[in-house]
Design a protein around this ligand. Structure first.
Ligand code: NAP
Length: 325
């Protein structure tokens, strides 16, 4: 097998594509012949030691991937050689083969495209947990999605629309805003120009959004929180801009608003039944055509460094997927 190996936490440049012995799955594990792996922002952080989960070195990055089961360890039930599956294993996917715990592997239902399986659970699971569970988004409410043309952002637009909400999508370029419109956003804001607070006010009749979905953080957080509606819910998803913002708590008091933390991986670990129910809802929406991963480009697995460069420089619209021939 071949894999991108991370031996130091010096970042993307220090990754090497190399041949490794093909591992045998132990009890409770399966080996997957990887067909596709998608990039999620945490993959970029984990190779720099900046993610909350810090695997022992050396490790193979790639949190989310899909493929076909090609060996099964002792005691595994419900998974068999030849089955198409998706895995959300935290690491291992940027390779030709990967070992995953059976509990982290989901059989792909008939009709579920294998590349979509590599670009689904992380972003849609996060956005569903955020909007529906943590944010209690209701039909008819207005949600403002920041970084709306990115991985979790595009999933948030689709999920909010499927839930009957009005969506204002905010992103840094007109091209990204156009994509958000194609995905069903009711209105867009290009936050690289103009006055963000004025635009939010104009689009919500002065009321502000009921829910804010924020995977960007940095200098967007405070103006957006100042604009939130009475009883608003501000969903803390991530800090793609780099800076972790601070918010004056008097704003929460004045708006009767909530700052709501969202940590999908921990939710999946601590609340497996609720997580499984959310994934079942998402699979049904996928089958009904209500949601579908937005794949910007399919690149060969060997192009991981190029893919990371595109993600780190905000050039990706939706998801990048790396494929093995
Ligand atoms: N809380 C959770 O459970 C959870 C789960 C998954 C992901 N996340 C977090 O969510 C965030 C987004 O993840 P993702 O996979 O959707 O990433 P992504 O596809 O790269 O999207 C991130 C978006 O952030 C914006 N951005 C602003 N400044 C940026 C910068 N300096 N570098 C890169 N992007 C920047 C970009 O949009 P514009 O160019 O339009 O500004 C970009 O589209 C990350 O912080 C990630 O860690 C959290």
């Amino acid at each position: 097998m071949h894999a991108w190996l991370c031996t130091t936490l010096e970042g993307v440049d220090a990754l090497h594509w190399q041949e490794l012995p093909t591992p045998q799955p132990q009890a409770g594990e399966v080996r997957i012949a990887v067909r596709a792996a998608s990039l999620n922002f945490p993959d970029l952080l984990i190779v720099q030691g900046k993610y909350q989960f810090k695997p022992d070195l050396p490790f193979v990055p790639g949190a989310e991937y899909s493929g076909v089961v090609d060996a099964v360890g002792e005691g595994v039930t419900g998974l068999a050689v030849g089955m198409p599956v998706a895995a959300i294993a935290g690491t291992g996917g940027f390779a030709t083969h990967a070992i995953a715990k059976a509990a982290q592997v989901l059989p792909l239902p008939p009709g579920f495209a294998i590349e979509d399986g590599a670009a689904f659970a992380f972003t849609y699971g996060t956005s569903h947990h955020a909007l529906i569970d943590r944010g209690q988004l209701k039909a008819g409410e207005t949600v403002l999605v920041l970084g709306a043309a990115g991985g979790v952002g595009t999933a948030a637009i689709q999920i909010a629309k499927a839930a009957g909400a009005k969506v204002i999508a905010a992103a840094s370029t007109d091209e990204k805003c156009a994509l958000c419109k194609e995905l069903g956003a009711d209105a867009t804001i290009n936050y690289s120009r103009g006055n963000l607070r004025d635009e939010i006010k104009a689009l919500t009749d002065g009321k502000g959004p009921d829910v804010v979905y924020d995977p960007v953080g940095g200098d967007l957080a405070e103006p957006v929180f100042r604009s939130i509606a009475w009883r608003g819910r501000y969903l803390v998803i991530g800090f793609a801009q780099g800076g972790i913002p601070s918010l004056p708590l008097n704003l929460a008091l004045l708006k009767g608003a909530s700052i709501v933390g969202v940590f999908w991986g921990e939710f999946a670990r601590r609340e497996p039944k609720a997580h499984a129910a959310a994934l079942a809802d998402l699979a049904a929406w996928y089958a009904q055509g209500k949601i579908k991963p937005v794949i910007d480009a399919r690149l060969p697995m060997k192009s991981l460094k190029e893919a990371f460069t595109r993600m780190g420089s905000r050039q990706v619209r939706g998801k990048l997927v790396l494929v093995n021939d």
